[in-house]
Write a protein that binds this ligand. Sequence first.
Ligand code: FAD
Length: 300
Amino acid sequence: MKELSEIQGIGRVLQNEPMKNHTTMKVGGPCDWMLVPSTEEEIIQALKTVQALNIPYMILGNGSNLLVRDGGIRGAVIKIGEDFSAIRIEGETLYAEAGALLSTVAKRAAKASLAGLEFASGIPGTIGGAMVMNAGAYGGEMKDVTVRVRVLDGETIREIPAAEMGFAYRYSHVLPKQWIVLGAEFSLQTDDAEEIQARIDDLTQQRTTKQPLEWPSAGSTFKRPEGYFAGKLIDDAGLRGFRYKDAQVSEKHCGFVINRGNASFQDIQTLIESVQKAVYEEFGVHLEREVKVIGEDLCE
Ligand SMILES: Cc1cc2nc3c(=O)[nH]c(=O)nc-3n(C[C@H](O)[C@H](O)[C@H](O)COP(=O)(O)OP(=O)(O)OC[C@H]3O[C@@H](n4cnc5c(N)ncnc54)[C@H](O)[C@@H]3O)c2cc1C
């Protein structure tokens, strides 16, 4: 299919783009098309185009909560990332386009002497992904600071007040309502820039000490089972450092599965299933995957 690369106004168009280059776990086969819009108009046009051509599509942020299968993705991936990531500050209000990284937004806020986003500075996602997941860490979550979210709802742009976003633990209405997040407005408080930066540095230090940030991963692989900690169960089952090919349970934090270099999706999946089986046999607890799996298996 040649059509998409010939269409204007839908952003950059890439064909057969390896998804391993767009996910933090660094696995995943190619998507047929990747559209990379840089304005709201291009996002709207990209959506209209794939719908008119009956091409299945999905929205991608920074790919930090996704595992893509080795056969890749049939259809189009609309990547809302750094090409659409402007940040505007007015008084104590910060607006960020959906593709801005949380780390960049937190840094910009700190520079402008605005506190409130420190908790998010080490979460490697975009504003869009963070609105989908109500991302949170160290006692803070997006819902604490969000005033309203700008979304594309069908063909209409709407400003959704935070109270109507359905924010809950790692949940919002974005996916069920099939909204596309265009940006979000945050209410922050004036504080001393150096103190804000010191809090960010402290949280960064805590993350670097505890999490295997030196390896590709998708963050916490499993949800926290009620009454337990996934990492502790995995450790207690004797699986610290357990490895299948290049997929490994992190030695630093057992709740993370890491890619030691050349793991495929299937290697990661095999390891995840072995961990689930071992923990269930040992403790009778089912570990549910936290990361989303998308795409197709390789054809034999
Ligand atoms: C090392 C590491 C540490 C992490 N630590 C944390 C943590 O402390 N706390 C935490 O909450 N998470 C954490 N995560 C997980 C992840 O960073 C968050 O879930 C983040 O919010 C995902 O954002 P993303 O842009 O990468 O989304 P993606 O992974 O690209 O997408 C996730 C979902 O959101 C959808 N989506 C993305 N952008 C949009 C948009 N603009 N409009 C509509 N839908 C969209 C996608 O279709 C997909 O369904 C961590 C991940 C890693 C790798």
